[in-house]
Design a protein around this ligand. Structure first.
Ligand SMILES: [Zn+2]
Ligand SMILES: [Zn+2]
Length: 305
């Protein structure tokens, strides 16, 4: 499995000379599975460059949306494959009692916010609510589970061979609780991230910023690290950077992250801040030699909202 970060910013696109290295595009991660199947995790403004970079036009691709905040869907109408009749796009996302996934996305892809309507997209697009049980895309097993954020929000886990990716970009697992003191069944997102080869996780706030943002749906640095340590993820990429965090600020946060990680007894080199265009190739171990345990059966996290 190959993973490439196309948008690492949270909340709003943040272009400018201050954000050149870590990037200003909002959440999008491209995943190439072992058979070449392509997934996009979220469709923030980063998906525009993902679409432009596709060398050969895939016949079919999947977009897995964690939720419908604008920083996770804004790139949909600028995604080149959506404007090609020969492309089939399957968009997965959270169900809501309020309206279907298609109707909720159509609030953005419609006048006056958009020049095109969903029905006018030339591609063959379909919308699917994520099932509560695991499902398959190509060689991968996909799981989605509700996580603590604002509004219906999913995290994802993708297992391909013995490699596993957990993607939880908007997440406040420590809301009103101490992660280290909680039983694992009560930690939001725990089963998704458990022993993942790579965890891509919310890293929005510095510790000093968090007290002013409790309940906003995001993590402080130390909460992200406590979550990563507790779940046993092999490597962790901190993601969804705050729009106020310049490259220099993120460099300082990265140093602080490595310092805290070492103090927690974490392995050197296992924690980093995500930068746009970073690539990760996840190891594929032969079946039977796996060091990564499969995730536990059900989604035990009890929604606190
Ligand atoms: Zn977000
Ligand atoms: Zn959000």
């Amino acid at each position: 499995m190959k993973v490439k970060l196309w948008g690492t910013r949270g909340s709003i696109p943040t272009p400018g000379p201050e954000t050149i290295r870590y990037g200003g595009d909002t959440s999008c991660v491209g995943v190439t599975l072992s058979d070449g199947s392509l997934l996009a995790l979220d469709a923030g403004t980063g998906i525009r460059n993902l679409g432009l970079a596709l060398a050969a036009e895939p016949a079919r691709l999947h977009i897995l949306l964690t939720h419908l905040h604008l920083d996770h869907i804004q790139g949909l109408v600028f995604f080149a494959p959506a404007f090609r009749a020969q492309t089939e796009i399957v968009i997965w996302g959270p169900a809501s009692p309020e309206a279907s996934l298609r109707d909720r996305i159509a609030r953005y892809i419609s006048a006056p916010l958009s020049p095109v309507e969903v029905r006018e997209l030339p591609c063959d697009v379909s919308f699917r609510h994520c099932p509560e049980t695991e499902w398959e895309i190509g060689p991968a097993r996909i799981r989605a589970a509700s996580v603590a954020h604002r509004g219906p929000t999913l995290g994802y886990r993708i297992d391909d061979g013995a490699s596993s990716l957990a993607y939880i970009p908007d997440h406040e697992p420590a809301l009103g609780a101490d992660i280290d003191a909680l039983d694992e069944d009560w930690i939001s997102g725990f089963a998704l991230a458990r022993d993942a080869s790579l965890l891509i996780h919310d890293g929005q706030y510095a510790d000093a910023e968090y007290p002013d943002h409790i309940g906003w749906g995001h993590s402080s640095l130390s909460h992200s690290l406590a979550f990563a340590r507790r779940t046993g993820a092999g490597r962790t990429v901190l993601f969804h950077h705050d729009p106020l965090h310049s490259d220099e600020r993120l460099d300082r946060l990265g140093r602080e992250a490595r310092r805290q990680w070492a103090a927690l007894g974490g392995e050197e080199g296992a924690i980093e801040l995500g930068a746009e265009r970073d690539e990760h190739e996840l190891p594929v171990r032969a079946p039977g030699t796996t060091a990564a345990k499969p995730p536990r059966g059900h989604a035990p996290y009890r929604d606190r909202f």
